[in-house]
Design a protein around this ligand. Structure first.
Ligand code: PAF
Length: 285
């Protein structure tokens, strides 16, 4: 496994891999790998001849006052895990390499980037879409792997590559959960012991929505109220940013559970202490 920090070096390498007719799978990450990332890598390993893991804590997707500085980083541990999973190349650029001082171009996915998390984290998805497009261009990936845990991110990336005719297949990979249902995330590291013991509440609350909707409740406002009650009962939940019901195919808002065969994305963002967690579930009627 080789680690490359320079864009030019990576691009030349990617060109030569493509010339040899090999497929490149990109797993874009901000590092501090967990089992969720490892599943993405394993899927890429199965489907592609060359697997690239990018590790870059992207400053452009953090707003002022967010956790850019304290975001967990451990490149040696990440490299060790990546090597064990059979990653071929780690792309690990510095921020100054990715964003030259004269950088002026950003990608915005209208209508999808300013709802849900985008309404609470202004500019976040503009930073995500921009860096993902840069990573796709640099690595010349045939396929790129995204977890369903960041459902909105995955949909934004899909929309972007379709709209901008980027020749890459976006592969979605199911959320990996801890035993109590907590979706794996590098940010779980911020939770103290008590907060961690209570963090399964998000998944519990998504299951409550599933039970209600499958049990015949059509009015999603009623479902939301019950979910909020469930969350607010827990004294470690310091704030609920949103609970939303969306069409999983286009993220349009849904107010009523429809006929059978339809699916509903239920998405939640809530704070446990000073840590913001997100989770979601697609409920099939
Ligand atoms: O999901 C992440 O880790 C990041 O948002 C991504 C896709 C690597 C872009 O920085």
């Amino acid at each position: 496994m080789k680690t490359i920090k320079k864009i030019k070096e990576f691009t030349l390498l990617a060109e030569s891999i493509r010339k040899r007719g090999k497929t490149i799978g990109l797993v874009p990450t901000m590092g501090f790998l967990h089992e969720g990332h490892l599943r993405l890598i394993r899927m890429a390993r199965k489907q592609c001849e060359v697997v690239v893991l990018s590790i870059f804590v992207n400053p452009a997707q953090f707003g002022p006052g967010e956790d850019f500085e304290k975001y967990p980083r451990d490149i040696n541990r990440d490299r060790h895990l990546a090597e064990k999973e059979g990653v071929d190349y780690v792309f690990y650029p510095a921020a100054s390499e990715m964003y030259k001082s004269e950088h002026k171009t950003f990608v915005e996915v209208e209508g999808l980037g300013d709802i849900m998390c985008g309404a609470y984290r202004q500019g976040h998805f503009k930073g995500v879409a921009t860096v993902v497009l840069k990573l796709l261009n640099i690595t010349k990936a045939n396929r790129a792997y995204f977890g369903e845990k960041d459902y909105q991110q995955m949909m934004i990336v899909k929309r972007m590559v379709d709209d901008l005719n980027v020749d890459v297949e976006i592969v979605r990979v199911p959320t990996v959960r801890e035993e109590d249902g907590l979706a794996m995330s590098s940010r779980n590291r911020y939770l103290d012991r008590k907060e961690r013991e209570n963090a399964g509440i998000l998944y519990k609350c998504l299951n409550k929505a599933k039970d209600m909707i499958k049990g015949g409740e059509k009015n999603l406002r009623v479902v939301r109220t019950e979910m909020i009650k469930e969350l607010e009962k827990n004294r470690y939940i310091s704030r609920v940013d949103y609970i939303e019901f969306r069409n999983p195919l286009n993220l349009q808002e849904i107010s009523e559970a429809g006929e059978s065969g339809r699916s509903i994305l239920v998405a939640v963002a809530a704070w446990i202490g000073s840590t913001r967690l997100i989770d979601n579930m697609v409920i099939k009627l």
